[in-house]
Design a binder for this molecule. Structure first.
Ligand code: ACO
Length: 305
């Protein structure tokens, strides 16, 4: 869906959207296409790229805020689609930080020897919780899925992970309806993302600046040691502020927000996949992944790819 299509739906312009967010287009799931459908495609492509077979997968974690149904979890639905049986499979709900949370948990399973080959996915159908008449939110989001395979090895791939949350900020970004609270809003058709965008913006910039510093300090690394920043794709202005904090030129930052919009938990793995497949990210590169989202939640992962 291009900005031009949105111009026909709400009072907005391509210029406003590009200038404030950097977004030119986003993908919307087809009618009937679910988060799990997209997760399956991402999972199969990740397994193919990693040369890993279905019988090797012993853990499935999906970061999602838009599961197909309340239960079973999207991870269990995916397990069925993939014809995998028995391994633990569960969803993690940390909104835009969902993939970083999922990766961090999978890493702990691998470190403790509880899993050897984990399938870690970020997948979302944000379009289903967007008010398509609200110009302040509908121009921002998109649908998608990305996946990685995380495997036990002799050399550390994930150098460190740092995840946080502060529920104090609930009011700035939420969907204020669910099963045990305001469930009538689903029937009314008013269960949508609500956001105080400029307030979220300020906290996001400050928090991401702090977490990238913390990640570098934890690993006793300097800014020059990072080869690629793979940030959550919410807004180019937030991403450039983080890059500036790291003294990184924008050609060392993976940017996909122009093509994908904000796909919440799917955004970091989609960006990672893009830069790995187009050859920018190479084996041995040091990658800094970071994200910030509803909750608030935030996190960063430093990877030796
Ligand atoms: N088209 C045209 N005008 C618009 C639109 C639009 N689509 N949306 C809002 N405006 C108007 C507003 O009404 C306002 O008009 P006014 O000055 O007459 O009142 C003006 O534009 C400025 O609005 P702001 O909200 O102050 O604009 P801002 O520069 O803050 O940009 C944005 C808005 C893009 C949402 C930005 O604040 C942002 O990116 N915030 C962070 C979003 C984010 O990172 N979220 C976290 C992750 S999301 C998740 O976790 C699910």
């Amino acid at each position: 869906m291009t900005n031009a299509e949105l111009e026909r739906m709400v009072d907005t312009t391509d210029e406003w959207i590009k200038a404030r967010t950097g977004i030119s287009e986003r993908h919307i799931a087809a009618e009937g296409e679910t988060t799990c459908d997209m997760a399956e495609q991402a999972a199969r492509r990740a397994m193919e790229a990693a040369n890993v077979s279905l019988d090797q997968i012993d853990l499935i974690i999906i970061g999602t805020t838009t599961p197909d149904v309340i239960f079973p979890s999207t991870a269990c639905l995916l397990q069925k689609k993939l014809d995998i049986h028995g391994c633990p499979a569960f969803d993690i709900q940390a909104v835009c930080t969902g993939f970083i949370y999922a990766l961090t948990i999978a890493e702990k399973f691998i470190q403790t020897g509880s899993a050897k080959t984990a399938l870690v996915i970020g997948a979302e159908t944000m379009s289903r919780i967007i008010d398509w008449t609200d110009r302040s939110t509908c121009v921002l989001f998109g649908d998608g899925a990305g996946a990685v395979i995380l495997q036990a090895g002799d050399e550390p791939g994930i150098l460190s992970s740092h995840i946080y949350a502060d529920g104090e900020y609930e009011d700035l970004l939420n969907v204020p309806a669910g099963i045990s609270h305001n469930s009538e809003r689903f029937k009314d058709g008013t269960a949508f993302v609500e956001m105080q965008g400029n307030e979220v913006f300020k906290v996001a910039v400050n928090t991401l600046g702090r977490i990238v510093d913390e990640t570098l300090a934890h690993n006793k690394l300097g800014k020059k040691d990072i080869d690629w920043l793979v940030p959550h794709q919410a807004n180019t202005r937030i991403i450039s502020a983080t890059a500036k904090k790291l003294d990184m030129p924008m050609n060392k930052v993976v940017l996909t927000v122009d093509k994908h919009g904000n796909t919440s938990a799917a955004s970091v793995p989609l960006a990672l996949d893009t830069a790995v497949r187009d050859g920018r990210i190479k084996r041995g590169d040091t990658l800094l992944l970071e994200a910030f989202g509803g909750g608030f939640t935030w996190g960063a992962t430093l990877i030796n790819y």
